[in-house]
Design a protein around this ligand. Structure first.
Ligand code: SF4
Length: 243
């Protein structure tokens, strides 16, 4: 994809949504951090449902730490992987209280040293709370970046680096929010809504037509069957030879 197309795409995203942000609900950097930890492999909606009650009564590192894993679990048990997340959240609260004076650190290194915080979570916090132009590549951004041709890459990190390189400077801060929202509501995994997509004329996605897809599937079935028969014949032949 060329520079002009990328600029046009982000200009349209900006026009449609000038101030994009996360759909996670939070009232402090600490709450954002906890919400992002909880959102791994879960929807923002399910996280918001759980954190509304949790943040109301235990919205600071000290108060959440006081809950312990047992006290925290009932609040988050509707979220996937809640057992591991409960342990990580409490361990993170402990680190914030003991090592960071109850504050969320601003450096990537210190963030990634917190339990349950990986590169993506650190990127979300650095971007959304501290205004740094980081790219938090999730499944939606990975798909949209590759599909459209905006920032192709074979791994999440490769896409992150490609976005840093190719997204025009003035759109870097908001780029990951626009791409997440676009992937979540328009450029969906199975059935992208190309017919209503605002960047359809600029997108370089080439969907496989149904006939090609069917032919590929049929070829796979035949190949598997041949492999199975060959294996059987070889087995019978070797039995006969040893008899
Ligand atoms: S045209 Fe289709 S594939 Fe391209 S970005 Fe829009 S929805 Fe996605």
């Amino acid at each position: 994809m060329n520079k002009t197309k990328r600029e046009a795409i982000f200009a349209r995203f900006e026009q449609a949504n000038p101030k994009p942000t996360t759909e996670l609900e939070y009232a402090s950097v600490f709450q954002l951090l906890i919400a992002v930890i909880l959102s791994a492999q879960a929807t923002d909606k399910s996280v918001n449902l759980a954190t509304r009650a949790l943040f109301k009564s235990h919205g600071t590192p000290k108060k959440m730490l006081a809950l312990g894993v047992t006290g925290l679990t009932p609040y988050i048990k509707t979220i996937g992987l809640f057992r591991t997340k409960a342990k990580n959240v409490i361990a993170t609260c402990q680190a914030l209280v003991e090592q960071h004076n109850n504050e969320v650190p601003r450096s990537r290194e210190a963030l990634e040293a917190l339990p349950g915080v990986g590169r993506k979570t650190a990127n979300v916090v650095l971007n959304t709370a501290f205004g740094e132009p980081t790219m938090a590549v999730d499944t939606h951004i990975y798909r949209v970046s590759n599909r459209t041709g905006i920032a192709p890459g074979k791994t999440v990190l490769a896409v992150e680096k490609a976005l840093e390189k190719f997204v025009p400077a003035q759109y870097q801060l908001n780029a990951h929010h626009w791409l997440i929202l676009h992937g979540r509501y328009v450029c969906m995994a199975r059935t992208p809504k190309c017919e209503v997509c605002a960047i359809a004329d600029l997108c370089e996605y080439k969907p496989k037509d149904k006939t090609t897809a069917k032919k590929t599937a049929a070829k796979k079935v035949i190949k598997k069957a041949i492999k199975k028969v060959t294996k059987k014949v070889l087995k019978i032949t070797s039995k006969k030879l040893t008899a």
